[in-house]
Design a protein around this ligand. Structure first.
Ligand code: TMP
Length: 217
């Protein structure tokens, strides 16, 4: 059986990742592929428990940047081991909302932890599991934050611990992502998510078609 394909979606808050993951999953399923959508942090029971600590201040004490780095990595190690690698072996296409690039962008560029340290921890967590394609949904920080605020108002939610960080933090994250894409242009494709949803959806689809040829698999 052919190994499945592993696609990750990255971007700052409010960049539309989850909407476009759902749309891509529908298109791939129409072609007859088995698709699994997962998210980070989370996707396993251990990962969801860690997500609550990371996002909702469950412990009530400040989380040190290195602790944060290791907790995100722990989620990832569990997800790779329990979910992603077995699914790829079964031939399933795995669409993941955030993966190792988030750690470089948020803990490396955002928090300012040394990039070499972040990369070493990422290597341990990924354990050789690499995305075939990463879609970087790029949007201006202000626009993304407005979208997020609208979504929270509609759903009655509130901003989590990282979403509450200052705009300057999120700007560093965005610039970090763009730098990553510059260094790895074959794997990381930038899709602007500023336009209308249908247009962005088409841009994501044409990128996936060009790079992974889902029609011929
Ligand atoms: P979201 O996927 O719902 O946007 O929430 C995940 C949050 O966690 C988001 O603020 C980005 C952050 N994050 C990191 O800081 N580092 C990571 O490695 C990952 C996966 C997420």
């Amino acid at each position: 059986m052919k190994r499945g394909r592993f696609i990750t979606f990255e971007g700052v808050e409010g960049s539309g990742k989850s909407t476009h993951i759902r749309a891509l999953a529908r298109r791939l399923e129409t072609l007859g592929h088995h698709v699994l959508c997962v998210r980070e942090p989370g996707g396993t029971r251990t990962g969801e428990a860690i997500r609550r600590i990371l996002q909702h201040d469950e412990t009530g004490e400040p989380i040190a940047p290195r602790t944060e780095l290791l907790l995100f990595a722990a989620c990832r190690a569990q997800l790779v081991e329990q979910v992603i690698r077995p699914a790829l072996r079964r031939g399933t296409w795995v669409l993941c909302d955030r993966f190792a690039d988030s750690t470089v962008a948020y803990q490396g560029y955002g928090r300012g932890l040394p990039l070499k340290m972040v990369e070493a921890v990422n290597r341990c967590a990924r354990d050789g599991c690499r995305p075939d394609l990463t879609i970087l949904m790029d949007v201006e920080v202000g626009r993304g934050r407005n979208r997020l605020a609208r979504r929270n108002r509609r759903a009655g939610g509130s901003r989590d611990r990282i979403e509450r960080e200052a705009a300057a933090f999120h700007e560093r994250v965005r610039q970090g992502y763009l730098r990553l894409a510059h260094h790895e242009p074959r794997r990381i494709r930038i899709v602007s998510s500023s336009g209308p949803v249908r247009m962005v959806e088409e841009a994501v689809w044409s990128t996936v078609r060009d790079v992974l040829k889902p029609e011929s698999r």
